[in-house]
Design a protein around this ligand. Structure first.
Ligand code: UT7
Length: 328
């Protein structure tokens, strides 16, 4: 019998309506459009302005669209994973809140906290439940409401991040398409360079932590930049070696959208022409766990069955990796 693989049978994205442009950021912090665009490739990002809404509400939009596209009823979902670092609450998980709101009453699931690599980690976790024959319909959500943890007086971080994400449906296939192989890595030493200082058990929330603005993203940008380049390049190179692949065998490289300069260097080191690299950072910024599904959603119309795709990501933790799949 041919091997059961997890095929992506649908993708749907969502970004909030509000567009925060570089021009508007110029009125908020000491920055300018020229610096932001030349240093990051970002022109604008989306922000969830309505403060009564949260991560799960964006997730509901993604999954409802996905169910419509794949002609699936909510009760058919057997597993729903949500990759996010901006859950509705510290606990319970957002995956189950999404399942509750959409009526996926037979679904089992949980959140995965792997920052910008969250979607890649969740995709591979869900794929194992398909490959083992445990489940036949698994939904993977990757999203973040980064505006909820960004300090809009810190120019080093507030220009980079945005809100949004997407969801994919995983189903079994034996036709040779689907997820083929992955390399996933992490190194906890990286926590020093990208984290939120307070709000966890190490430093619970107090008036002092709030006054010290410790509930926002802290990032040592240059250090993270270097590790992001080497992490994504080496993960893809190792995945190529493990599968006897070369750049010319691959139709699309889908890199995490953290900085256009990082994408350019990674693509250059791997000899990928930019026509084969998905880039949408100019309109969404860095949506953390949302970037990879947002790329797949934006490129959905161009993807054909049999296309060979490599996804790669790097993020807080540090976490990183790459996945090779054949579009179904
Ligand atoms: O997605 C998770 C993983 N995250 C990443 O992969 C992000 C990796 N890091 C980066 O993308 C970049 O490091 C940043 C975009 C965060 C920063 O770009 P950079 O080229 O590394 O800038 P820098 O931090 O080295 O700062 C250069 C200068 C500094 O001024 P001085 O000290 O040279 O006078 C900063 O104060 O740019 C200044 N600067 C700004 N100027 C105008 C920093 N942010 C801004 C700003 N506008 N928004």
């Amino acid at each position: 019998m041919s091997k059961i693989r997890a095929a992506i049978t649908g993708v749907h994205g969502y970004v909030p309506d509000y567009v925060l442009s570089n021009k508007e950021l110029e009125t908020m912090v000491d920055t300018n459009d020229e610096w932001i665009f030349s240093r990051t490739g970002i022109k604008e990002r989306r922000i969830l302005k309505d403060k009564t809404l949260a991560a799960s509400d964006m997730g509901v939009k993604m999954v409802e669209g996905l169910l419509e596209k794949t002609n699936t009823k909510p009760e058919e979902i057997e597993m729903l994973l949500c990759a996010t670092i901006t859950p509705d609450m510290v606990f319970p998980d957002t995956a189950n809140t999404i399942s509750d709101k959409i009526g996926a009453k037979n679904s089992f699931g949980y959140d995965i906290n792997a920052a910008c690599s969250g979607f890649l980690y969740a995709l591979n976790t869900g794929a194992k439940f398909i490959e083992t024959g445990t489940y036949k319909k698994v939904v993977i959500v990757g999203l973040d409401v980064m505006s909820s943890i960004i300090d809009y007086s810190d120019r080093a971080t507030c220009v980079i991040f945005g809100d949004g994400g997407g969801a994919v449906m995983l189903e079994p296939t034996t036709d040779g398409t689907g997820i083929q192989d992955s390399i996933l890595r992490s190194n906890g030493h990286g926590r020093h360079f990208l984290h939120m200082k307070a709000g966890g058990s190490l430093k619970p929330t107090t008036m002092d932590t709030v006054a010290a603005r410790e509930h926002y993203v802290y990032q040592e940008g240059r250090t993270v930049f270097k590790h992001a380049v080497s992490g994504m390049t080496s993960a893809v190179a190792d995945l190529f070696a493990q599968n006897q692949l070369e750049e010319k065998d691959i139709d699309w490289l889908v890199p995490h959208q953290a900085n256009k300069r990082i994408i350019d260097v990674v693509a250059g080191q791997l000899d990928f022409p930019m026509e084969k690299v998905m880039v949408n950072i100019h309109k969404y910024g860095n949506t953390t766990a949302g970037t990879l599904p947002l790329c797949l959603w934006d490129w959905e119309d161009k993807l054909k069955k049999g296309d060979k795709i490599v996804l790669t990501a790097f993020g807080g933790g540090f976490t990183w990796g790459a996945t090779y799949l054949i579009w179904s």
